[in-house]
Design a protein around this ligand. Structure first.
Ligand SMILES: Cc1ncc(COP(=O)(O)O)c(C=O)c1O
Length: 480
């Protein structure tokens, strides 16, 4: 498709600026540009068509099934959008006097309280902008805690081999050494390996439960006990909270701090780089290190305060405020029973799909699973040469967003499927039919699937080049 610059026609306009009613000051020539800027000249309808064409090339939850494992691409109720669009929330500025933004502070305080209750934590900061940012923040707390006690030798963070890549990355960014522990035959943490890994250098453990195989670790209390006994702290990666909210709390599993991905579990649209939010919760003994400012109710209303030994700000102002508004709307709308029902349905849907698919496809872990499960395409590949990538690409022709591919790393031809609670049984059945059809095609036509998708504008881009070498600037041929 054409870029806006390529659609541009001299003289086309869509904005009528009001007449100036103030004098225009003469700018010094050193501040004036010598040539006109290259801006596309476009009418309103041309602009509208451009963005509609772009939108048609993407896939969102409103277009169809989006079982992107570990990402919880569920439907986001429109009422959240209505709440986030209220002028009382959109027309304020974080530098306004506190007395004029009491409602907004109330939103922050109430959202933090509800998240603390859902997670079994004592304090929550809403500053971090995403899950990975939350991990980094939580690890700053863990580091501050050890250093504050003069325990300077705790330099290692233990991460299971099924962990999301952001876990070791956050640990390394915070200056820790990453120690990987293997999974056991059932897909959980190998307790023997964990016992061997902990010691006086252990600062903590990072774990998501259920893990990225969709399995709730039955040894979770033993795992957190082993780490605590060695003097380490336990960090919970809350990306998979959609499987357990309302049923079990990370704080009760023995975790000391954690993040929640509001843009997954608490219903903010994501994908495509929209704003996220990764609030971090912690137990009382870590609260003094929290990033500030936090909000509390004082004698004269809501007020900001800085925790005593704060690690400092991790983000400007108070985080992605409107994402928090959406999350609060979602939590209040569902209530504690509704949240528990949502996660129960997410688990039910995943198990329904697993049961229907496991006759044909290899699903090495699970039965039962939690909110997601991993298909291993390796046996099919051995028979037909059709890989997880080929299967995922073929799904695009059926209007389905592929599952997460090649993750977790411990399953080599992984397709990680997370249907979420907002899909109907009919939609899940349609997915099974499509998976059956692709399986048959793999057996019958094998190598042809290496060319899938056949009906998309872009089929198999060079993803490494796109990530490492993105072309995000239009080339005017040397002119600026
Ligand atoms: C298990 C797990 N942990 C952490 C993250 C990181 O979250 P974010 O993408 O919000 O940074 C993800 C994201 O997909 C995840 O699946």
């Amino acid at each position: 498709m054409k870029l806006l610059f390529e659609r541009s026609t001299a003289g086309h306009r869509h904005t009528i600026m009001p007449e100036l009613d103030v004098a225009v000051p003469e700018l010094p020539s050193s501040l004036r540009r010598a040539t006109r800027p290259h801006l596309p000249e476009i009418s309103e309808i041309e602009l509208g068509r451009h963005y509609t064409e772009l939108a048609k090339q993407t896939h969102g939850v409103n277009d169809g099934f989006y079982p992107l494992g570990s990402c919880t691409m569920k439907y986001n109720p429109r009422v959240n959008e209505a709440a986030a669009a209220l002028p009382g929330f959109t027309d304020i500025h974080p530098l306004q006097p506190v007395s004029t933004i009491q409602g907004a502070l109330g939103v922050l305080a109430e959202a933090a309280d509800l998240l603390a209750e859902i997670c079994g934590m004592d304090a929550v900061t809403l500053q971090p902008a995403a899950g990975a940012h939350g991990e980094y923040t939580g690890l700053l707390l863990i580091r501050a805690y050890h250093l504050d006690r003069g325990d300077t030798g705790r330099t290692e963070i233990i991460v299971p081999d099924s962990a999301h890549g952001t876990n070791p990355a956050s640990a390394a960014m915070t200056g820790f050494t990453v120690v990987s522990v293997p999974s056991n035959a059932e897909g959980g943490v190998d307790l023997g390996a964990l016992r061997a890994a902990v010691g006086e250098n252990t600062a903590g453990l990072m774990l998501t439960n259920p893990n990225t195989l969709g399995l709730f670790d039955p040894n979770i209390l033993e795992i957190t006990r082993i780490v605590h006994e060695a003097g380490g702290l336990c960090y919970y990666d809350g990306a998979n909270l959609n499987a357990v909210m309302g049923h079990v709390r990370p704080g009760d599993m023995g975790f000391d701090c954690m993040h929640v991905n509001l843009h997954k579990t608490f219903s903010t649209p994501h994908g495509g780089g929209g704003p996220g939010s990764g609030p971090v919760g912690c137990k009382d003994f870590l609260a003094a290190y929290m990033p500030g400012p936090l909000v509390r109710r004082g004698a004269g209303g809501y007020e900001f305060f800085a925790p005593e030994k704060s690690v400092g700000r991790v983000r400007s102002f108070h985080g992605n405020f409107l994402v928090v508004v959406r999350a609060l709307a979602y939590m209040v709308m569902l209530g504690s029973e509704g949240l528990a029902e949502a996660s129960a349905h997410a688990v039910l849907n995943a198990n329904y799909l697993l049961k229907r698919l496991c006759g044909q496809w290899s699903i090495p872990f699970g039965e039962p699973c939690m909110h997601e499960f991993v298909i291993d395409v390796a046996p099919l590949k051995a028979k037909t040469s059709v890989s997880a990538m080929d299967v995922a690409k073929r799904m695009l022709d059926f209007g389905i967003h592929p599952p997460t591919m090649y993750f977790p790393l411990i399953v080599h031809e992984a397709l990680m499927v997370e249907p979420t609670e907002t899909e109907s049984r009919e939609e899940l059945d349609t997915f099974v039919d499509i998976m059956d059809a692709i399986y048959r095609e793999a057996l019958e036509t094998g190598e042809e699937l290496h060319g899938a998708p056949f009906g998309c504008a872009i089929g198999r881009p060079d993803e490494v080049a796109a990530a490492r070498n993105p072309r995000v600037r239009y080339d005017f041929g040397g002119e600026r």
